[in-house]
Design a protein around this ligand. Structure first.
Ligand SMILES: Nc1ncnc2c1ncn2[C@@H]1O[C@H](COP(=O)(O)OP(=O)(O)O)[C@@H](O)[C@H]1O
Ligand SMILES: [Mg+2]
Length: 307
């Protein structure tokens, strides 16, 4: 059995298609990422998978349960950390966790134990009696993630868990996501951060305009576009990208003060750049060969306006 099995899942809002016939499976124990730009349909997908939204077409199974036909059974298996969730700011950190524990019907003693353990893990134990109102954004988000873990879910959904947080909170949350996954929790997270998907996920589905445009292990996605090896060069004097349409260069991009020349054969392009430098008297400041990265895959697949 799979942790999640999605078939043809589609959501339209007043005729606008937010999620467009997507199908994928998530294996038990997997750390699965939905990566895509704003408006790609990630949150809408999560909302359908967690039974908050009804799909227009298609189905999703959580374990053996159809989320629309057996929502209660399916929901019992999951923890949810919604996008832009809120904790109760007039309750203390521990108060929030205890409240969630009560909603799940966890016995008082166990509730306190769980809450305290999570507070320790999330670095908030010292502040457990402080009102969430006094917390920084990163601390609030740590509480919200901890709330999603109070029921020991087999399957945890995290919608942009680290978006807009301070570096320390980002690091801690990512570390804990990894640790919970190592202990066996299946995790589905959404992100628009390519590096996060690359670092964390076993497999990544890249979404754009409601569709899944690629799905694989990050390293395989990178390998699939070997042709996007590039040579990055910076000159002392300003140059125009148009001067570098050498044979073997598929594309020239300006990246800050550097030029990036996409090529399958960097070894042939570098001498041409050196020759250019000598004949024009424009010295090279730096010269690097860049292997393709997930960002290149992402940009290639999600270039806006080129549906
Ligand atoms: N409740 C809604 N009503 C109408 N349109 C919506 C609603 N929720 C999302 N959308 C639209 O669906 C698309 C996908 O949104 P969303 O799933 O939030 O994307 P993401 O999470 O990837 O940024 C966007 O164009 C958004 O405007
Ligand atoms: Mg979203």
């Amino acid at each position: 059995m799979q942790a999640i099995e999605v078939e043809n899942l589609t959501k339209q809002f007043n005729g606008v298609t937010a999620v467009d016939h997507i199908s994928f499976t998530v294996k038990i124990g997997e750390l699965f990422g939905l990566l895509g730009p704003n408006g790609a349909g990630k949150t809408t997908t999560i909302r359908m998978l967690t039974g908050i939204l009804k799909s227009t077409v298609g189905s999703a199974h959580i374990g053996e349960y159809d989320i629309q036909k057996n929502p209660l059974e399916a929901k019992q298996m999951m923890g949810i950390v919604p996008e832009m969730a809120n904790a109760y700011i007039d309750l203390s950190a521990i108060g929030n966790l205890l409240l969630i524990g009560e909603l799940y019907g966890i016995q008082r003693k166990e509730r306190v134990e769980k809450a305290e353990n999570l507070l320790k893990l999330f670095g908030l134990y010292e502040k457990r009696h402080h009102k969430v109102r006094t917390f920084s954004k990163g601390m609030k988000q740590r509480i919200i993630v901890a709330m999603g873990l109070m029921n020991d879910p087999q399957l945890l959904f995290l919608d942009e868990p680290t978006s807009g947080l301070d570096v320390e909170s980002v690091r801690l949350i990512r570390k804990l996501i990894r640790e919970f996954n190592d202990k066996g929790t299946t995790i589905v997270l959404t992100t628009h951060n390519i590096e996060e998907a690359n670092q964390l996920c076993d497999r990544v589905a890249i979404m754009n305009y409601g569709k899944i445009v690629a799905i694989d292990r990050p390293e395989k996605l990178k390998r699939a576009i070997q042709s996007t090896t590039s040579v990055e060069v910076a000159f002392v004097k300003r140059v125009m990208p148009g001067e570098f349409t050498f044979e073997g260069v598929s594309e020239v991009k300006k990246v800050g003060n550097k030029l990036r020349l996409y090529t399958e054969k960097p070894g042939e392009i570098i001498p041409m750049l050196v020759k250019y430098s000598q004949s024009s008297g424009n010295k090279i400041i730096s010269l690097n060969t860049l292997e393709p990265n997930l960002e290149d895959v992402f940009l290639k697949l999600t270039r806006r306006g080129e549906k």
